[in-house]
Design a binder for this molecule. Structure first.
Ligand code: J2J
Length: 546
């Protein structure tokens, strides 16, 4: 019997039956996917992380011991646990151990800080918080202790050493081992994932074993991931790019090997490619640009690297054109969203399409609509708003009826907020954005969230946050601030404001790059301008691209 979780918008029973009978959804949970792979090739290397190398058998053994430890904490089906870890194999072990128990991980990127973590603990009524002792100078153990004192439902914290492992991890592993049996339904929510920001507080996306299973099977089938794949994981490990498109789940379903890197910078990634003969990677445009322009390229043997998948933000055509001749690696663009849909270019498509388009859906079950402002479908080649529905797409955010009314149509289509053009073949090009969001090299920032944070500053009368064009990151964050009085201007420097926001517990990637103190916002006298500025900028961008 599927679990009903309060605050989750269910799929209509007719749709569930249809997705199951058409084979889009399988009767398989995510841990069953891993255990099936372990049965097929127990001794194959599953994951490499620093000095740790685990075969599929060793990984499943560790998962079952960890699951016993987590069960010992009193965790069971339907409970929520916030997992806030850097790129380590322990993240993967925790996810499978929680899934084995039917527990729902709420996954947070390690760059998150108090504001985001506390929100997740509160909204999901989390029973456990798993993190590392510290990250980039922030004492997360102290944060954990403080949060445990504040939230009655938070029974336990698990603190790993800064780079993973440690006494608390070993203690969890010391409680024996569980047997691998089905403890949840594939229709259950498997995880709650943060969405790219558009609102004052981050939203959580409930994905089921079904939606994730579908997405990863598509991305594996379509991208030629096989047992011989050695996939380098460089993006934050909880992002859907690292998890299911194809990510470690896609790799495991094919019996491939994952190499975990702390990040994608050339000095970190290149030695790992050489050492482990990695042949695929998924990254965002600024990292691809760093690879292209790196002076380290000649210093390492990168010849094993065959396919570079790039998505998360607009890749400029100029950069896209350089990849194959200069890196000698095949470029595979993708365009996707945590909410579900991922499109990518099939491997056999011509070079011009690979450079100019982000891809097309792999299945007719991935429904796409491109509409104008009035809601009418537009002709091929005409830009419009992208709406999508399908076996990978959620039907609503977790415990968020207000946002759901805006972001989803009554018949279940997700309004992506992206402006796209679709050609006669069904290939999609992202040409702009209608949502109030900044895409800083793939990191999504909600202006509203930052504006709210600025408004809490005693020297700020009003704030407006926008994205400004940037050669490397695509966009950077700029804040226009109106001071309460001239005496306050001295407090509104970039350095002081970044520190203020950090002290408020905001994730580091949300801190502004530029601040300008103004008497009134540019272009208009009414409070908020960011939306209008963005619209104008988007208009300009759309026109430039045509
Ligand atoms: C322009 N904008 C893009 C692209 C995403 C695979 C790939 C990406 C994501 C992701 C993902 C873009 N060109 N190629 O989850 O599984 C912008 C769009 C989109 C938003 C989603 C995956 N690829 N974008 O980026 O949830 O605006 O997912 O709606 O982080 O990123 O962001 P996110």
């Amino acid at each position: 019997q599927p679990l009903t979780l309060d605050g989750v918008v269910p799929y209509p029973p007719k749709t569930v039956a249809e997705y199951l009978s058409n084979g889009y959804w399988h009767d398989q949970t995510l841990p069953e996917l891993l255990f099936a792979a372990a049965e097929r090739h127990p001794d194959k290397l599953a994951v490499i992380d620093r000095d740790t190398r685990l075969s599929y058998r060793q990984l499943t053994d560790e998962v079952l011991r960890l699951a016993a430890g987590l069960q010992h904490l009193g965790l069971g089906r339907g409970d929520r646990v916030v997992v806030h870890l850097p790129n380590t194999y322990e993240y993967i072990a925790f996810l499978f151990a929680l899934w084995e128990l039917g527990v729902i991980p709420v996954v947070a990127p390690i760059a998150h800080r108090r504001a985001e973590i506390e929100h997740f603990i509160e909204i999901a009524e989390a029973r456990t918080y798993i993190t590392v002792a510290s990250d980039s100078g922030t004492d997360l153990a102290a944060l954990a202790a403080d949060l445990k004192g504040r939230w009655a439902h938070l029974d336990h914290t698990v603190i790993l050493d800064r780079r993973g492992g440690g006494a608390e991890y070993d203690a969890l592993l010391s409680k024996g081992s569980l047997e691998h049996v089905r403890r949840c339904s594939p229709q259950d929510v498997a995880l709650l994932q943060m969405s790219g920001g558009t609102t004052g507080v981050p939203k959580l996306m409930p994905h089921t074993h079904h939606t994730y299973g579908y997405a990863l099977r598509r991305s594996v089938g379509e991208r030629g991931i096989t047992e011989r794949t050695v996939h380098l994981l460089v993006m934050p490990i909880c992002h859907s790019m690292s998890t299911r498109s194809p990510g470690f789940l896609g790799a495991f379903s094919a019996g491939a090997t994952i190499v975990i890197a702390p990040n994608g910078s050339p000095d970190v990634a290149f030695p790992l490619i050489e050492k482990h003969r990695a042949n695929r990677v998924t990254l965002v445009p600024p990292i691809l640009l760093a690879w292209l322009n790196s002076s380290l390229r000649g210093a390492y043997d990168l010849s094993s690297m065959r396919v570079v998948m790039c998505g998360g933000a607009k890749l400029s055509e100029e950069v896209a054109r350089r990849v194959e001749p200069e890196l000698g690696m095949e470029l595979s663009q993708s365009f996707g969203m945590g909410e579900g849909l991922v499109v990518s270019n099939p491997p056999d498509i011509d070079r011009e399409t690979r450079v100019r388009y982000q891809g097309r859906p792999a299945s007719e079950a991935d429904e796409i609509r491109v509409i104008d402002d009035e809601g009418n479908d537009v002709a091929p080649g005409v830009p419009g708003h992208l709406l999508t529905r399908g076996p990978s797409v959620i039907r609503g955010y977790y415990r968020n009826p207000e946002q759901n009314a805006l972001a989803f149509t009554s018949d279940g289509f997700y309004r992506t907020g992206d402006i796209v053009e679709r050609d006669e073949r069904g290939f999609i090009r992202v040409v702009g954005r209608s949502k109030d969001q900044i895409n800083r090299g793939g990191e999504k920032i909600a202006p509203e969230e930052l504006e709210n944070a600025f408004l809490a500053h005693s020297g700020v009368h009003n704030a407006s946050v926008i994205g400004v064009d940037d050669e490397v990151l695509g966009e950077r964050i700029k804040a226009y601030l109106i001071p309460r009085s001239p005496e306050h201007v001295a407090d509104l420097t970039l350095g002081k404001l970044r520190q203020f926001l950090q002290e408020r517990g905001l994730a580091t990637f949300k801190l502004p790059d530029f601040v300008e103190v103004v008497d009134e916002f540019p272009y208009t006298a009414v409070g908020k301008v960011s939306k209008r500025l963005q619209r104008e900028r988007k208009q300009a961008r759309v026109e430039r691209q045509r």
